[in-house]
Design a protein around this ligand. Structure first.
Ligand code: GRF
Length: 210
């Protein structure tokens, strides 16, 4: 897994593995920031945690080449981005095509990029949420695997919305990773399939109604 910060999604995946809800293991966590709290979460659970500081590389391409090598050392089936605050070069994305996924705090294709919670409020949206998607060369534009929705209420601000969305993220990400681990979800030339059936552009609706 690749992180840059808190690592609450990493924690959700660690919890899912430890609870036996995931047919997989997290083989390593790599952060571009040494101070990322998520690194300690990994170490606390016996997962190798490594820092690769992008500021020590002359270019994006060189950093990405070193990152690619560090990841391949572990021979992962999946590369999971969770709050990894770096734009990845085309070479990196293409190398891991079909096994590189990300979680984004909006109902894609709405609100690509940063500050999604405030932008949802500014747009007057009645609904918000999060999306897990395959990573493609265009930012936040890869094929969507699944989404979870939350209502936007009159008294919501960016902070309350962020908390609501994160609660959904912590369910959605392990659920999507499990579908990939079991081979039920795949990226094909036609788009994302679930049990062999092509999904709509918004993927599976994995909203928790409780
Ligand atoms: C999440 O909100 C995710 O949607 C976005 O970055 C945030 C990471 O949070 N890509 P955390 O580090 O997992 O707590």
């Amino acid at each position: 897994m690749l992180i840059s910060g808190n690592g609450s999604n990493l924690q959700a995946l660690i919890d899912a593995v430890e609870a036996g809800r995931l047919d997989g293991a997290i083989c390593a966590v790599i952060s571009n920031r040494a101070e990322a709290p998520g690194l300690q979460r990994a170490r606390d659970h016996g997962i190798p945690a490594q820092v690769l500081d992008h500021r020590e590389f002359a270019s994006r391409e060189r950093f990405d080449a070193a990152l690619l090598e560090a990841i391949e050392h572990y021979r992962p089936d999946l590369v999971i981005l969770a709050g990894f605050m770096r734009i990845l070069s085309d070479h990196f994305v293409n190398h891991f095509s079909g096994r590189l996924i990300n979680i984004h705090p909006s109902l894609l294709p709405r609100h690509k990029g940063l500050n999604t919670h405030q932008r949802v409020l500014d747009a007057g949206d009645h609904e918000h949420g999060c999306s897990v998607h395959f990573v493609s060369c265009e930012l936040d534009s890869g094929a969507v695997i699944g989404q979870a929705r939350v209502p936007v209420c009159a008294d919501d601000d960016a902070t309350t919305l962020a908390a609501k969305v994160q609660r959904q993220e912590h369910r959605l990400y392990p659920a999507c990773v499990q579908l990939l681990c079991t081979g039920q979800v795949r990226l094909t030339d036609r788009g994302v399939t679930y049990q062999g059936q092509l999904l709509p552009p918004t993927g599976l609706d994995l909203t928790d109604s409780h």
